[in-house]
Design a protein around this ligand. Structure first.
Ligand code: AHR
Length: 500
């Protein structure tokens, strides 16, 4: 590997370390909010969960869905709690109590130092409900909706900057599913009205729900034909799994994600060219993760329960490796991927798990997400990599080494993120970093485990990082053994006292 401080991709938008809380399962109720929990604060938020979210340093959290948003009446979740209606949520076949709504979620985001990324309902609703919600949230005062917010105890506007125009509108499972033409028209009209209410907002149009959708990537092209001038981002969603237990193929799925990103960039730029536009549409990868462990269990959950344990994937060690590869993929595309949301944050396909009334703990995927969020801030660098490769059932020419680097000029730190996909052998890494004069190895963090299927539970944290990696630096060459199937974070820092 050769890493040079001038091989810059782009400044990383911290929002690529975003996440997602949907009104689904126990994400909200029993997750972030549980007023009867011994560790709940005066607003009913679990302080243990808030502590873990703060540790992750999550810059932005998408809310309230997801499929849920396509049937949501946001007005149900504001005002006195005892007057809020219970509704059937058709997306997840549950009962929504509306005890948490927009204002409570804004409060929670303040508690965990995050920004809200709000989605509007373009399934059962449209322009009117979206512009009213925006007026309620962001308009200072003196109008029906802004004064209603003030009467609900929120004098200051919420100033929510990033808004999603619906969710997965290409999917037949979506309430109010639309064709690309229908969605494109609705998206542009909603976007226009919303930007008239508040010109400072940024808007995300729905892209495809995943690469397997029959309408991908024509959906993106048609949507942008209509909405190019009014929106700022197009969304991407993708989940992976390893149901056939083929780990070599599973760990290579980030190559599919890479291809997905490249295709969407090409589609955006095709429409840009067609429209002779000077504006560039960036990418919001606002749902990504591993999701498959809980599929069977979910089929057995009875309908119309309140906050049942839905989508509670228990993640194993190999899932953490793929999550690491996916985070590295975002860094490689830091010039165009400006937002990404790990879906989701608590209990529902999440790095954080809780028991109702009990403990909270870190799943295996917590760690690569934590490391990337903490140390992946600055400028993404493009390392020149020469790695041995392998073929597997689903991919050919898969590099054993998946890696990206981040240069934090302000802190004079360089961090190398690296996954060794080899399941049996360590990988000898030799990296020329001579352009970083007087740097030294600060630490080499390693996440490894002999059992690819090892999981963490409330009482046992089997998969956790250690700091005994063997990276060392001699004459500008960084050398390390990356253990078989491992996630590595090699942090370098300029020596104290060396010239700046
Ligand atoms: O994150 C779970 C679900 O996955 C979301 O509600 C939906 O947008 C996607 O299909």
């Amino acid at each position: 590997m050769i890493l040079d401080k001038d091989f810059k991709i782009a400044e990383i938008d911290p929002r690529i370390y975003g996440s997602f809380i949907e009104h689904l399962g126990r994400a909200v109720y029993g997750g972030i909010y549980e007023p009867d929990h011994p560790l709940a604060d005066e607003k009913g938020f679990r302080t243990d969960v808030a502590g873990l979210v703060k540790e992750l340093n999550v810059p932005i959290v998408r809310y309230p869905g997801g499929n849920f948003v396509s049937g949501y009446n946001w007005e149900d979740g504001v005002g006195p709690r005892d007057k809020r209606p219970r509704r059937l949520d058709l997306a997840w076949k549950t009962v929504e109590t509306n005890q948490v709504g927009v204002n409570e979620f804004v409060d929670w985001c303040k508690l965990v130092n995050s920004e809200v990324m709000m989605a509007v309902n373009l399934g059962t609703r449209g322009v009117d409900a979206a512009r009213n919600l925006l007026e309620y949230c962001n308009h200072p005062e003196g109008t029906y909706w802004s004064d209603l917010r003030i009467s609900h105890g929120y004098k200051e506007p919420h100033k929510i900057r990033t808004w999603c125009l619906g969710n997965e509108m290409d999917g037949p499972w979506q309430i109010g599913h639309k064709t690309a033409e229908e969605y494109g028209r609705l998206a542009v009209e909603t976007a226009k009205a919303m930007k008239w209410v508040d010109p400072d907002i940024e808007l995300v149009a729905c892209g495809s729900s995943n690469t397997a959708m029959p309408t991908f990537p024509q959906w993106e092209a048609t949507t942008l034909e209509h909405a190019y001038d009014e929106v700022d981002y197009i969304s991407l969603h993708q989940y992976y799994g390893n149901p056939s237990n083929d780990t070599a193929s599973y760990l290579a799925k980030s190559l599919d994600m890479d291809n997905f990103i490249k295709t969407v960039i090409s589609t955006c730029d095709f429409i840009k060219a067609k429209k002779r536009s000077k504006k560039t549409i960036n990418l919001s990868f606002d749902e990504w993760n591993v999701w498959y462990h809980s599929n069977d269990a979910d089929k057995k959950i009875a309908p119309w329960l309140i906050a049942p344990p839905q989508l509670e994937d228990v993640y194993n060690f190999e899932d953490a490796l793929l999550v690491g590869c996916m985070l590295i993929t975002f860094l490689k595309h830091a010039d165009r991927v400006k937002i990404a949301c790990l879906a989701q944050l608590v209990n529902v396909i999440a790095p954080i798990r809780t028991e109702n009334g009990g403990m909270s703990w870190k799943q295996t995927i917590f760690y690569p997400y934590l490391h990337a969020s903490l140390y992946g801030r600055g400028v993404a660098l493009n390392p020149v990599i020469s790695s041995p490769k392998y073929d597997c059932a689903e991919f050919t020419d898969v590099p054993y080494l998946e890696s990206a680097a981040v240069y934090n000029e302000e802190n004079e730190e360089v961090t190398l993120f690296a996954v060794n996909r080899h399941l049996k052998e360590g990988l000898y890494l030799e990296c020329d970093i001579r352009s970083f004069e007087d740097y030294q190895v600060l630490e080499h963090i390693v996440l490894e485990h002999d059992d690819l299927k090892a999981v963490n539970t409330a009482d046992a944290e089997r998969v956790k990082p250690h700091h005994q990696g063997n990276a060392e630096l001699k004459d500008g060459i960084l050398i390390a053994i990356l253990p078989k199937s491992s996630w590595n974070v090699i942090r370098l820092k300029k020596s104290e006292g060396s010239p700046g």
